[in-house]
Structure formats: C-alpha cells, structure tokens
Ligand binder design. Structure first.
Ligand code: ZN
Length: 765
C-alpha cells in the first residue's frame, strides 16, 4: 500500500526551493575504507562483489518484469495473481534459489452489491465505475478488474442525511461539535487524505454515524496538483482509490489473529472478527461526489476543509439524503507467498530476509510492481554472483508476498506461522513497496540506521550524480523545522530514518516478532498519482513515473548491496548509538506532549471561564462551548529516562569496542564472532513485551508501533503515548514502569554484547 505520494511531492518541491547553493559538499566514504563489521580483507572482497551486483542491474529487465506482472489485474484470489506467483517461483528457481510457494487461507471480501444514490432533494445515482482510457490498453480489462470498494467494510443498507466531515479525523469531529453539528444517525462523506483511510469509518462510527463515503478531492489527489490522466498523470474525474479499511487491532487475516492462517487453523466467526468496520463504507470519485456535496446546505465548511471542486463546501446535515448499500462475498481465498532461499556457507542459521508484495488492487504497476521488479533483479544478480563463486556467509531469503493490499495478509501469516524460527534466526528484514523517482528514503529500526546510510553512500543518484545518501541528507537538512534541529541534523553524517507504522510488509517482522527491519525506496519527484485505481498500470507508469527505470535500478542496487553486506559481515553491523539517541528523542517528545497538553487545557479552561468560546468566527452560527477539562497531572517519566540513559551507556561501550576492533584490523576468531552475532541478533527481540500493547496485544514491540488512530503512521512508545493522546493520564502513567523495564532489558542485552566484544578485542591484541 504505502502512498502519501502527493504529500511527498509537495515536500520535495519545498525542499528543492529551500536548498541554498553552497551547501558544504560532503565527502563520500572513500571506496577503500573498511566496511563496518568487516576485516580489511573481507571488506575488500565484499566491495568487489557488491560492485559486480551494482554493475549488473539492467533497467530493461525491470521494464520486462513489470510488463509481465502488471499485464492483467492481479488481486488476491484472481487467476492472474496465481499466474504471477508461479512465474516468480520459476524465475527464482531459474536463478538458482531453493524456492517454493507457501499458501494460507484468509478471509478476503469482494464486492457483490454496491450502491450510492441520492434520494433527496434530487435523484442521483453514483456510477462507481472507472472508465477505460483511449490508448491505455489494460484500462479496458473490465471483466477482471476488482470493482471500486473498501475491503473489510461490514455489509449494510442505510439511508440518512449526509454530513461533510473533511478528512474525518477526530479533530474534524471536534470542529463539528463546535459548530453544533451532529453526525448521529447520519451518513458522513469524508475526503481521502489527512491520515489513513481506515480511520475515517472508525471515527465516524464512534460519532454515531451509520454509513461512510470516502471520495478523492482533486485538491489532495487530482487536477489541482497537475494535469489529470491521460494528459498528465494525476487522478481523473472518475478515478477511485480502492483500499482496505481493516482496523488496526492486528494486521493479517481477521479470523486468525496471532496464528498462521493454515488450512486447519482455528478460526473466529466473521461476526467476532474485531478488525471489520462497524459501519458500511464505500470509496467514490469526485465525479460521483460532486452532486452529493453540491446538494449540502447548513454551515459553510471551515476554510481549511474546502477542496478544489467548483462549489461552496457546506457541512450539512442534509438536505441531501443518501442511500448507501454494501454487500460483499465473504469467502476464504488463498494467498500464495513465494519464498526463495540461498543457503549460507558459514552461518546458515542466520537469515537475512528481503521482501516486497506482488498482489495489487488492479494492475498495480506502481503499487507494488515497481518495487517487486527490483527484488527480482536483485535475485537474478545474487544468483549470477553465486554461479561466479560468491557464497553468502548467512542464508538469504527473498519473499514475494501475496495479499499485502487487503491487510498485510501474506507477510503477517508467514511471520505468525514461522514465529519461533524467525525469532531464533532472523538478522533483519528489508522491505520495499512502490518505487518512484527522486530521493532515497528509509524507515526502520534505528540499529540499522548507520548501516543503511553506509550502503546509500555507495549508490549514485541517476540524476544528480552524487551519492543518494548525500542527496537525502541535504533534503533532510533543508526540511528541518527550525534552526536548532537543522544544526542537530547537520552534526550527524547519517540521514535519520523514520519510525515505521504499519504501511507495508515489515509490520509483523518488526512489531510482532521484534526483528530489525528497514523499508527502503525512492520518491518525492513524481508528478503523478493513480494510487489503487485501474490507471496504475504499465502504460501510465512508463509515461509518468520512473520511465527509464533509472531509479528502479538505484533501488535494486541499494537493496541488493544491503542484503549482501548484511549476509557477509564478520560481525553484523548493528549500531546502537543511533538507537539510543532516537529513543531518547521519543521520550522527550512524550514530555513535550504532556507540557503542551497542560498548557493548552489550562488556557482553554481560562477562556471558557471568560466566555471567549461562546463567540464564534461566524456570527450567523451559534457555537456550543466545549466542556472544561481537568489539567493533566504530573507524569513520572523517570523510568523511561533511566532506561534511555542505560541504553546510551551500553551502546557507547559496545560501539567503542566495535571501533577498537575495526581500527585494530585483527580478525575476530570465528567462534567469538559466531557467539557475538547470536547475541546481537537477539537484542531487538528484547524490545518485546509478551503482553503487547495494552489495547492491542498483537503489537509486542514497546518502541515501534502504528497508532490506533494513525494507521500507516508510527506512534513510538505507543503504550504510553496512546493513552496520553486520549487524555487518560492515569493509564499512561501506569504504563511507564513497564516500558522502562523493557528499555532496561535492552540496555542489559547490549551491555552483555559489549562485555563480550571488549573481551574479544582485548584478547586479540
Ligand atoms: Zn503496496
């Protein structure tokens, strides 16, 4: 899934205009310098092999794979999805991998009946159909296209007055409250954007709405941003964004939380599956939304709520009355993961895992095939190098996931099925998804921040002729919100990587199994978006996106090098200073959040007392003042701060010993390295708490998690943070010691590795 493309494009434009000339040019790592985790000898050998991989990636291959994989619609359970799985399997095998397909049976609803009609004040029936485009051959494959819908919407048939709710976030409903507008018993219409789509029906139901319609406003996603399709690459009038609205209690099959959806797995009944929506929901185009929005009266929508349609945006309720009907086929469908293994020579029990999904909503050239093809080309090269005599030290596992779009089905079920083995053996999981042109980006666990920066220093940007790491760093400096933060970012030579939520297949690895993870790709310069529509196809991608596959090549070079470097290192190059710093920042964020809330609520209560809230900006409307709230109490963050300090100390010791070994140039004895690596692999696991997050026990990682109301977006230290966001201060306070204990466990695990490396380095000299 993963798409915030229009937003990212905006940021990119911002950053380019902000980039001043005369930035100090960063000197790239000299090619002769020693790779982290390698001896001088092994480093040189590794660089030679990686160069071969980088030189061998052929953009034309990426184009061919894409043409093949996106030739027909290939959603979960469709014939072409299976054909793709078989084709990918045959390729992995042809390239020398030990490969197989692993199948799960998951609940995957597909549309049976869809209806949106206006019955008052005039009659209108929504088309709910994306028209084919002349010249775009696959847009005509109507028979195989999955109709426009939101998967995991509950079935329903409702008729009610319509209310416009902007993005449909919690803040939007607070605003409606202030305008005196209720959504009780209404059908809400929300625009896409401003957060993950699944939050919209969830929050609507929490505000007693009985149905939810989501449309793509051209301001966020369409002609406001550039020419629309087919003249340009932006979403056209009838274009619809499909997508899952599965709730975020847990990803994967709704019927088998926490266990693999194997044929004989114990399943919940559909009515007991918590992740299906509470009210029916359907996505529509702005062509279909326009008559509905035009028919609304009531308050004029606040300025920030207005889109790019040629109407005055009103909130309603009514007089528009809408009839919404959604009925799905609730069937079990197979998801077929393709798993390919290249066995390690020295440490076969340590696994480096790389993956991308191959299922799409329709043809999915961008999402996900633009990422999938890079993994395939990496596989071809790894196989080729293996034939030439390269033997990875560790085992490499490449995964082509099925069923990502509906809810990370393929990857989650695989991780749940192989949880014990993975926790023993997994070194890291490296994900990619859609790929575009522009800036290198990475998210993940921060023990891999320095590592992925090093890899990105060795990859050339196809347009800017500088290392992709340097370009990403300049952008990060330019985008810093203030001078202070800019100075902080400048101090560090590494690009800071983002914390990940649950936008793609890394989720189960990281959040559930405690495996170090990365999500990598390129983007930010694409002047197009056809996300989850029938127009995201080969014709569109090769016209408006990475037409020459030069950034596809860059991603294959990045991903391939990262896999090789992790697989061959003498000591796995995790780095813990960045991890400690980042967690320290997260704790500071919690402190700041508390302070801000205290100030905000104090201020608000004062204003209420003074009667400020009874006056409104719009004198024609009366406004209901919000209730006074208790000011948040003092929260004792000491256990978290102590935990961070403990991690910092252990990390410094470990990195000092690591640096000593690296500059010393001595080889670590094989047995010492093996024992150390086994310990290192387990460190990320110590972030897990078996009980999981208080209200979402599937999420076991205590630092990285998506928010219950952010979906794809991350919410670090969610056990505490989520309660703070809900202003449940006592509950938040109660979580602090538990997370503090987890941080102490992490510090102890790093400390143990530091002891052992110090000992080894001492002995070696
Ligand atoms: Zn995707």
């Amino acid at each position: 899934m993963t798409s915030l493309r229009s937003f990212v494009t905006y940021l990119a434009i911002l950053s380019i205009t902000q980039l001043t000339f005369g930035q100090p040019a960063e000197t790239p790592t000299p090619e002769t310098s020693r790779l982290a985790g390698y001896s001088s000898q092994s480093s040189k050998r590794e660089r030679d092999w990686e160069k071969k991989l980088q030189a061998g990636i052929v953009p034309e291959n990426l184009r061919h794979y894409m043409q093949r994989l996106s030739a027909r619609p290939h959603h979960v359970g469709s014939p072409y999805d299976k054909e793709n799985a078989d084709w990918i399997l045959s390729k992995f095998q042809e390239w020398g991998f030990d490969a197989h397909i692993e199948t799960f049976q998951v609940l995957f609803p597909t549309p049976k009946e869809r209806l949106v009609e206006m019955i008052e004040p005039s009659k209108f029936r929504a088309k709910l159909q994306e028209p084919a485009v002349l010249g775009d051959p696959t847009s005509h494959q109507t028979a195989e296209q999955l109709p426009t819908y939101n998967a995991y919407s509950i079935d329903g048939d409702v008729t009610a007055p319509l209310v416009y709710v902007n993005y449909g976030n919690r803040e939007d409903y607070e605003q409606l409250d202030r305008l005196g507008i209720s959504t009780k018993g209404a059908i809400v219409i929300a625009r896409y954007g401003g957060g993950w789509r699944g939050i919209k029906p969830k929050v609507a139901a929490e505000h007693a709405a009985i149905g939810c319609i989501i449309y793509s406003d051209p301001k966020d996603d369409g002609f406001f941003n550039g020419d629309d399709y087919p003249k340009g690459g932006w979403r056209p009038r009838e274009g619809v964004q499909r997508g899952s609205v599965m709730d975020t209690d847990y990803p994967g099959d709704p019927l088998t939380p926490g266990v693999g959806a194997t044929a004989d797995a114990k399943r919940l009944e559909i009515k007991d599956a918590k992740t299906i929506t509470k009210i029916p929901v359907l996505p529509i185009s702005y062509g279909d939304a326009l008559p509905l929005l035009s028919a609304l009266q009531g308050s004029v929508a606040p300025e920030a709520w207005r889109g790019a349609l040629p109407i005055t945006y009103h909130t309603g309720p009514g007089p528009a009355i809408v009839h919404l009907k959604v009925v799905s086929n609730w069937n079990l469908q197979p998801v077929n993961d393709v798993i390919a293994t290249l066995h390690g020579s020295d440490a076969p029990d340590e696994w480096v895992i790389r993956g991308n999904h191959y299922d799409a909503w329709v043809n999915g050239a961008d999402d996900p095939i633009s990422g999938m093809v890079t993994v395939l080309e990496e596989a071809r090269l790894l196989g080729e190098l293996h034939k030439q005599g390269w033997n990875p030290k560790r085992t490499i596992i490449l995964c082509a996931w099925d069923g990502e779009e509906p809810g990370l089905l393929g990857s989650t079920e695989w991780v749940e099925t192989h949880g014990d083995e993975l926790q023993k053996h997994a070194v890291a999981y490296i994900n990619s998804d859609s790929n575009g042109r522009g800036f290198f980006f990475a998210g993940g666990t921060h023990d891999l921040q320095h590592f992925i920066n090093d890899v990105a220093r060795d990859i050339q940007d196809p347009e800017k002729h500088m290392p992709v790491q340097q370009r990403a760093r300049l952008r990060q400096i330019a985008q810093a919100p203030n001078a202070e933060e800019r100075a902080e970012i400048r101090k560090d030579n590494d690009v800071r990587i983002e914390a990940l939520g649950d936008g793609s297949d890394y989720t189960a690895f990281m959040d559930h199994a405690g495996i170090s993870a990365l999500d990598i790709g390129y983007g930010g310069e694409d002047d197009a978006d056809a996300y989850h529509s029938i127009y995201d196809d080969f014709y569109w991608y090769t016209k408006f996106m990475d037409s020459d596959f030069s950034y596809g090549r860059a991603l294959a070079q990045t991903g391939g090098s990262a896999v090789m470097r992790l697989a061959d290192a003498d000591v796995i190059p995790y780095e813990y200073n960045a991890e400690a710093d980042t967690i320290g920042r997260y704790v500071k964020d919690l402190e700041k959040l508390l302070k801000d809330k205290q100030d905000e609520i104090t201020e608000r209560n004062l204003e209420l007392k003074e009667g400020v809230f009874t006056a409104t900006a719009d004198p024609r409307k009366t406004s209901v003042p919000p209730p006074a709230k208790p000011v948040p109490p003092f929260l004792n963050f000491a256990p978290l701060k102590n935990g961070v300090e403990a991690i910092k100390k252990s990390a410094e010791r470990y990195q000092a010993a690591f640096a000593k070994w690296q500059t010393g140039g001595t080889d670590l004895p094989g047995q010492t390295a093996t024992a150390l690596n086994a310990e290192l692999v387990q460190i990320q696991r110590s972030f897990l708490s078996e009980k999981g997050l208080p209200e979402r026990p599937w999420f076991k990682h205590q630092v990285y998690a998506p928010g219950a109301y952010t979906g794809y977006g991350a919410k670090p230290i969610a056990a505490v943070r989520e309660y703070m966001d809900q202003e449940k201060w006592k509950e938040a306070d109660a979580q602090v010691p538990m997370v503090g204990q987890v941080l102490e466990n992490v510090a102890a695990a790093i400390g143990k590795a530091a002891d052992d490396l110090e000992k080894a380095v001492g002995q070696g000299q």
